[in-house]
Write a protein that binds this ligand. Structure first.
Ligand code: IMP
Ligand code: MG
Length: 174
């Protein structure tokens, strides 16, 4: 990233919000059969912080889909490149995503998990970006709402770069 980037979400703000989310989620899934499913690669940092602040028992698995090419807008065509490996039939699945943009990825995944006959499916996204939403998906839990912009850091990438940043910045594409 060239030039100075303003920090949109500081590490402290992120940490505080993730702890709040973990508390809310733990209350909801008390006495349920929770499987937390992270969507690779973007959700790995958010998921690892979230689950370590959760106080409810759960198992963890990952799924990977590709929808983005090497640019900043969704192709709308979703390809499953790695499925979950745990048996999720009859389980309460919480899908953990880095950012919901058009909603195409999650809309596809909702059908994918419905086909697996899960008992329930909810979505938890670190960022809920609403401006380009085309698919009608309900984001049950989210860390932060943003209107627009291309964000990087805390798992979010641009061409696989910047995921490691402990804060979130807006990428300046000029
Ligand atoms: P959707 O299918 O358009 O909702 O796209 C979701 C995926 O697009 C996310 O999992 C991200 O990988 C990627 N994406 C969308 N917006 C951003 C962004 O601002 N920064 C980084 N990745 C993004
Ligand atoms: Mg992603």
């Amino acid at each position: 990233m060239t030039g100075k980037q303003d920090i949109l979400l500081s590490k402290k703000r992120i940490d505080d919000r993730v702890k709040e989310l973990a508390k809310e989620i733990s209350l909801h899934y008390k006495d349920k059969n929770l499987v937390v499913v992270g969507i690779l690669n973007g959700a790995f940092i958010f998921l690892s912080d979230l689950v370590r602040s959760m106080s409810v028992e759960h198992r963890i698995d990952f799924i990977r889909v590709s929808s983005y090419g090497k640019n900043t807008s969704s192709s709308g065509i979703i390809q499953l490149t790695k499925d979950v490996e745990l048996e999720v039939k009859g389980q309460d699945v919480l899908l953990v995503e880095d950012i919901v943009d058009t909603g195409n990825t999650l809309s596809w995944l909702q059908t994918h998990f419905a086909d697996k006959e899960v008992a329930s499916l909810k979505i938890c996204s670190f960022i809920n970006k609403k401006e380009r939403r085309v698919a009608d998906v309900e984001v049950d839990y989210y860390g932060f709402d943003v209107d627009k912009g291309f964000l990087v850091g805390y798992g979010l990438d641009y061409n696989e770069q910047y995921r490691y940043l402990p804060h979130v910045s807006e990428l300046n594409l000029d």
